[in-house]
Ligand binder design. Structure first.
Ligand code: FMN
Length: 192
């Protein structure tokens, strides 16, 4: 088969804790793409240092340097991989903060393809994923519909090891299918 053109994916983790399972999912996604998906390059873009959104921090069309750097990373990406826990039936506050900063004019999310994965409690983060899809309407994000990826991180058999690395083969395969779908949809959206 002909080699696919390169797409750059910005991965964003909605959890700030060191042992985050969602962060573990991103590590796994990076590893999977490197080893078995030619044409997909994933970079984990940090959101922990972003200040809480306050429009007083904006100058005339300028942002604090960390915000500017974050916005630039998003702008340069072809698509976005969101990995976030569900907090009280919605997206995490750190993720919402990052979404809001990058939405300030000019909105840098516009026209990008995106996929959502989540490791959470009971329903695997499904409710937060539907909230994120709703937020994406105004941001002009274009989410893949399938495959869906909802992971209950606490239900046996163990999905992660003690370092929060993904060890479950079936989940790993599901994650690979999400990445392949994101790759195909990104290229289709860009007409490449
Ligand atoms: N899990 C759910 O499935 N649904 C929830 O509504 C939910 N609310 C939470 C609210 C807070 C403030 C916190 C801290 C956790 C909540 N959880 C909920 C559990 C987290 O999703 C779970 O701890 C998850 O592993 C955190 O992701 P992480 O490992 O990437 O940090």
């Amino acid at each position: 088969a002909e080699a696919k053109p390169l797409i750059k994916v910005a991965a964003i983790c909605g959890s700030l804790r060191e042992g985050s399972y969602n962060r573990g999912l991103i590590r796994s996604a990076i590893e999977i793409s490197k080893s078995s998906i030619p044409g997909v390059e994933i970079e984990h873009v940090e959101i922990a240092e972003l200040p809480l959104l306050n429009t007083d921090l904006e100058g005339e069309g300028s942002f604090p340097p960390v915000v500017e750097a974050f916005r630039q990373k998003i702008l340069e990406a072809d698509s976005i991989l969101f990995a976030s826990p569900e907090y009280n039936y919605s997206v995490s506050a750190p993720l919402k903060n990052a979404l809001d900063w990058a939405s300030r004019p000019p909105n840098v999310w516009g026209d990008k393809a995106a996929a959502i994965i989540s490791a959470s409690g009971g329903s695997g983060g499904s409710r937060s994923q539907y909230h994120l899809r709703q937020i994406g309407v105004f941001l002009d994000l274009h989410f893949i519909n399938k495959p869906e990826f909802f992971l209950n991180a606490f239900q046996p058999p163990a999905k992660f090891d003690k370092n929060s690395n993904l060890i479950d083969a079936k989940t790993r395969e599901n994650l690979k299918q999400v990445l392949l779908s994101l790759q195909a949809f990104t290229l289709r959206l860009q007409g490449r």
